[in-house]
Design a protein. Sequence first.
Length: 394
Amino acid sequence: MKSDLEHRCWTRRRFCNRIIAGVAGTVAVPQALAAPATPLRAAVIGHTGRGDYGHGLEKIFLNRAGIETVAVADPDEAGRTRIAGQIGAKRSYADCREMLAQERPQLVSVAMRQADQHHDLILACLRAGAHVYSEKPFVTAPFEADQLLAEAARRGLKIAVAHTLRMLPMIVALRAAVREGFLGDLSKMRAYGKQDTRAGGEDMMVLGTHLFDLMRMFAGDPVWCSARVLWKGHDITSRDGRIVKDNVGPVAGDEIFATFAFANGLNGTFTSAQKLRDTAGPWGIEIFGSKGAVRIHCDLAPNVFVRKTTTWKAEGKEDHWEPFDPAVVKATLPKNPGPVGDWLEAIEADREPECSAKNGAWAVEMVMGVYQGALSGRRISFPLPNRQHPLMVG
């Protein structure tokens, strides 16, 4: 029999799979989209041959009234056959562009984790007239994001990026509490990557982008960044870029120490170094204010904890972390439709989704700021004047 702790320890991946897939009782289907006269045509693009689909993104249209999954595209024959059966897609294609031309979907899930493909595929979807829900990271460089944001704006289409942490119910409640003054005046944030075998650049791009997105959610856009990135003990050069298994563009370093400055004197740091995994604490963010501190723990539910602390005494000092109680929020929180439900509501209301492409683009830009700061040894201002990827892979 599982212990209570085991029941509580949902990983982010399990949560995302449930909230994205629309499992019965998990995500509210927007009423405005519940029963259109003609079902919206939806499609999924993946690449099983380079790894499985992103965290449940092939299933985001399941159990949603008024949406019909018409096709799946995947160059891997076995993979597309399997996924088509799982999601009830009527047709499958080896070539996603053929699928877009033949099916003309209105909604597309760009589901693969490999961000090196995102720009071209999302651009093709937009030009075919489809709104897009994309796996993260959004793209591999700022100029790619610039092009996609401009194309979506020209066509009146909505892109959402699966930075789903910002829509976890406990984090939504924490955001409201912080706005109400629960922590007082915010002063600093400390973010820690997963710091596993991917520590350094891969950790920063794959998981750190979630944390950068949360930083901006609480603090606004960063003003500048400085950083040190090490590879096997030495400061990186542009020649240290490499491609990892889940191709998210060039990454570098196995240790990262970065500082971000935000408005009103608020500062944030990001650390990813495998040797610090046990001492720095779990993947997530600590937020400090004049009235207290909280920790967002990205791999544990409940996933927000409040620090209760004693003053220093001769015998030492004690810190105790206890689950955050959403009841401290004075305002009534709106119904949370989940990231996919919010994207669909945003399409209906002609507004930006909470997990917007703009937010996804900023997360990538912060990654590039870290590399530019490390390579130049200087403070790097945002928005970045250099919209290219600063690493060259030989």
